[in-house]
Design a protein around this ligand. Structure first.
Ligand code: MLT
Length: 261
């Protein structure tokens, strides 16, 4: 029996379900602009992953498969069989796990500022150290270290958007940060899963992403049989915040191809 938690989530609109999944160590509110805009035509679900936002933050390793199952359980509770899963960074790792576990739950997949590769040994060791450091020193230090690399270099880190995001990260429970880092360290490579899927896919990359190289995202899209690639200029790892309209437009254009097919 899997030890799952009930996720906090927000829901807006009606129509084809689209679930927007945030990255690490963030929360569903990063998608507010897209959720609001897309809710004119779609049923938009924005969950907080375990350990993030207002969802419970138990101890333990947050395996990507577990996070994927918790989203599927949320969709079950909402009576949703199939959805378009759109996911940023760590959220993308979760969506790739879900695609491997239950592809039948996907009407489409949107991968934002993410990549399919497992960690190197060095990266795994860094994550274990970061997990211990979050537990020892708290979340503010994590927020301070991450903020400058989340946005394109030109982005104003004193803007309201950046300050709000920093506060959001600082409010993430240290146990949530540790669990997610340990879970990401344990994740498998997802290249084969993506290569094998014919589910329609959208890959969005911030052209100035300092965390996930946009060329890697582009190569990921090129290996997927049914994917389109949309680079977003003047955006880093957070295109939904840095270029909200361009991100919404890309998602809407993708959704339109799904509803018209
Ligand atoms: C994220 O933005 O979700 C994380 O930085 C991804 C990662 O650490 O690999």
């Amino acid at each position: 029996m899997i030890d799952t938690v009930k996720l906090h989530y927000a829901e807006l609109g009606q129509g084809m379900p689209i679930v927007l999944i945030h990255g690490f160590p963030l929360a569903h509110t990063i998608w507010n602009a897209q959720a609001e805009a897309l809710s004119d035509s779609y049923r938009v679900i924005t969950p907080d992953l375990r350990g993030h936002g207002q969802s419970p933050a138990p101890e333990g390793v947050y395996h990507m498969d577990l996070l994927a199952r918790e989203i599927a359980a949320l969709l079950d509770d909402l009576g949703i069989e199939q959805a378009v899963w759109v996911a940023q960074s760590m959220g993308g790792y979760v969506a790739m796990a879900a695609l491997r576990l239950f592809p039948e739950r996907f009407r489409g997949i949107g991968l934002v500022a993410t990549h399919p590769h497992a960690d190197s040994d060095e990266k795994r060791a860094d994550r274990m150290a970061a997990a211990n450091s979050a537990l020892a020193n708290g979340s503010q230090a994590v927020a301070d270290a991450m903020l400058p690399i989340l946005f394109a270099p030109e982005f104003d880190l004193e803007s309201e958007t950046a300050v709000t995001l920093s506060r959001l990260m600082a409010r993430t429970a240290p146990q949530g940060i540790a669990g997610a880092q340990r879970g990401m360290a344990a994740r498998p490579d997802s290249v084969a899963t993506l290569q094998a899927t014919t589910i329609p896919a959208l890959v969005i990359a911030g052209a100035q992403d300092q965390i996930v190289d946009p060329d890697v995202s582009q190569r990921m899209a090129a290996t997927m049989p049914n994917a389109m690639f949309v680079p977003i200029e003047h955006a880093g790892h957070m295109p939904m915040l840095e270029q909200p309209d361009a991100t919404t437009d890309a998602l809407r254009a993708f959704m339109t191809t799904l509803t018209s097919s």
